[in-house]
Design a protein around this ligand. Sequence first.
Ligand code: ADP
Ligand code: MG
Length: 379
Amino acid sequence: MAFTVGILGGGQLARMLALAGAPLGLRFLVMDSVADACAGQVAPLLQADYRDQAALEEFAARVDVATFDFENVPAASAEWLAARVPVYPNPRALAVSQDRLEEKNLFRKLGLATPDFAVVDSLQDLERAVADIGLPAILKTRRLGYDGKGQFRLREAGDVEAAWAELGGVALILERFVAFERELSVLGVRSSTGQFASYPLVENWHASGILSASLAPAAVSAGLAEAALEAARTLAAALDYVGVFALELFLVEGRLMANEMAPRVHNSGHWTIEGADTSQFENHLRAVLGAPLGSTAPRGKSAMLNWVGHLPARDVALGEPAAHWHDYGKSPRAGRKVGHLTLCADSETLLAEALLRTGAALDRADQVASVIAVLGTTH
Ligand SMILES: Nc1ncnc2c1ncn2[C@@H]1O[C@H](COP(=O)(O)OP(=O)(O)O)[C@@H](O)[C@H]1O
Ligand SMILES: [Mg+2]
């Protein structure tokens, strides 16, 4: 019988996992509550809620191992499954990364700096936290936030009431807004045999809280790259983590601060499909299988541009020889990630030229500008 990987969540990450797993001889079963989940176009889909007991039983019976494209699968469902099939990453790692407070407490325990933060469960807590931490600050829901959702930025004391009106009622955390110089991420991968590897540091740019562009390898000093790798290795070991994960970092006054971790393959690793020896998707599967990990070495320089809301003209983009197109098969919707493009080049100069051409051809000059600006510099 063919080996079947079950994936909880059927979005573009599950879709790219299934595409990467086919050459390894793997079969997939994707579970998602949405009938037109885009991974369903490339793998069998079990349409059900993650709490549906009968569906979980069917899922467990049909898969040899389970993993996630979505970290907010209820902890109880992940634990129920883990009692029946291997589940990677393990439910505890999932639970820690589902809660911004637990996540930040773990970072600090491991010696990773974070922005100052305070727990907020009431309006009084929020007032006290603002007084302690200072402004500007960001109020975030502890759970279920993504792509900048579940966040309120406070600039002045008068914003407290509005922030509470918008987010109050669930468990919250207030964070000091750090004036970072760069946003970076490191993708780590640890296999069920304990083997660890990490990809080169990536620099990321967000627009409206959503990833807009990534550059890999980031133009940072060797010392920073080493510090990020060590942070990822420490975190993976502490969580007995299996699979790929991303650690999002801020560079503040030359030092790294941890923002959050994602317990799964990550948007800032999409460049690895064409830009690294082994993609994050293939390495996630290798890790879950306990197979040897593939080389994470970059092939030249890569830039990834996210398509949010709707896709630009595909055939115009394909006119660029350095371009690799990814259409997730999703219908257009404001704020939704519907695809991405990766440009690969042998040098920063050639990458900058490809970015300039692509930005002009697709009318995305703004999106490519920040990436072009850092090419040829080292921070
Ligand atoms: N403490 C902070 N200081 C400055 N910018 C922040 C802070 N927290 C978040 N941001 C900005 O908002 C973006 C989204 O926040 P993040 O905590 O990563 O949530 P999400 O789960 O939505 O990715 C970050 O990538 C960063 O650009
Ligand atoms: Mg984030």
